[in-house]
Design a protein around this ligand. Structure first.
Ligand code: MLT
Ligand code: MN
Ligand code: ZN
Length: 304
């Protein structure tokens, strides 16, 4: 199995168009070893199978260009066999519109809750009916699905529920409570490798820690360093926890518990541009690395 990070930054990317925080400024000036990062997405494939895109970011056009096989050039050739969605957030779904040129209906996997959000609140699915169309496959919670295309060997993905929050655009809709707003994915390749991906982590309970401990590699929500990161910068009143992202530092932050895991390789993803761990010479970056945790980067590939 191969997994490649296509975008390491959270929504807004690095730099974000309207942001002058130290991380965005460093990325603009390419100073202190800070480089621009695309928005949150990964691609995954079985060793001899097609790529599947996991979350479709607004940067998907440039991201997919990096997945292309330069040898194959029929007039229309998609570098991906389908799109897996872990939630209905704008940064994880807007890329579907960019994929409207698809010659076939796009194969999209997601929960019923996500499908409803993308039909009622942010009606991408209805919009795309006039273009390529969508072939929706339901992600059932706690069920393993085999992703395959034609003759090629499959890749197994287990879908598990996370304590997600509805996207802001769904707040005015009735019945937004319930499960399925955010899921995590555990991929199992044919050679036994296990990768778990959780880009939106609101809580880290024992059950999830056990899942992490029985994985070879985990890609985990590293959105914020501090719970009050955005309020402290005067950007918004909303804390990391209120936004459904467990901060890395502080009491009950994720860092301490992730550091204690012994088996998996641990990589942070979905990192907000305000998070000081994106600046390589920062104190916070050193704390993360000394805890045995890696800060992801675009192009990082895990092979298992
Ligand atoms: C999130 O990860 O919390 C959302 O993507 C935030 C947003 O883009 O509004
Ligand atoms: Mn996001
Ligand atoms: Zn910024």
């Amino acid at each position: 199995m191969l997994l490649r990070i296509l975008g390491t930054a959270a929504g807004g990317g690095l730099p974000q168009w309207n942001c002058g925080c130290p991380g965005c400024q460093a990325a603009r000036q390419a100073s202190a070893g800070t480089h621009p990062l695309y928005q949150s997405s990964v691609a995954v494939r079985a060793t001899d199978g097609p790529w599947f895109l996991v979350n479709a970011s607004p940067d998907v056009r440039q991201q997919l260009e990096r997945l292309r096989d330069s040898h194959s050039s029929p007039i229309r050739c998609s570098p991906i066999a389908g799109v897996l969605l872990t939630d209905a957030e704008i940064d994880h779904t807007t890329g579907l519109v960019i994929l409207r040129e698809s010659a076939e209906p796009l194969r999209v996997y997601g929960t019923d809750t996500v499908r409803r959000a993308l039909t009622e609140g942010f009606p991408l699915l209805r919009t795309l009916e006039g273009y390529c169309g969508i072939e929706w496959s339901v992600f059932e919670l706690d069920v393993t699905t085999t992703l395959s295309l034609g003759e090629t060997s499959g890749l197994e993905v287990e879908v598990f529920p996370l304590q997600g929050k509805p996207p802001k655009y769904m707040r005015s809709h009735a019945e937004v409570e319930g499960e399925g707003w955010a899921v995590g994915l555990t991929f199992r390749g044919s050679t036994g490798g296990v990768i778990t991906y959780t880009p939106a982590l609101a809580e880290l309970d024992d059950r999830l820690l056990e899942r992490f401990e029985s994985s070879d590699c985990i890609l985990v929500d590293g959105t914020f360093w501090r719970n009050d990161e955005l309020p402290a910068l005067g950007i918004t009143d909303r804390t990391a926890r209120a936004m459904g992202h467990l901060p890395l530092s502080g009491p009950d932050g994720s860092l301490e518990r992730l550091a204690k895991l012994s088996r998996p390789r641990k990589i942070l993803i979905h990192i907000n541009n305000t998070n000081p761990i994106l600046i390589p010479n920062s104190v916070e970056r050193r704390i993360v690395e000394e805890a045995g945790i890696e800060v992801g980067y675009d192009g990082l590939t895990v092979e298992l």
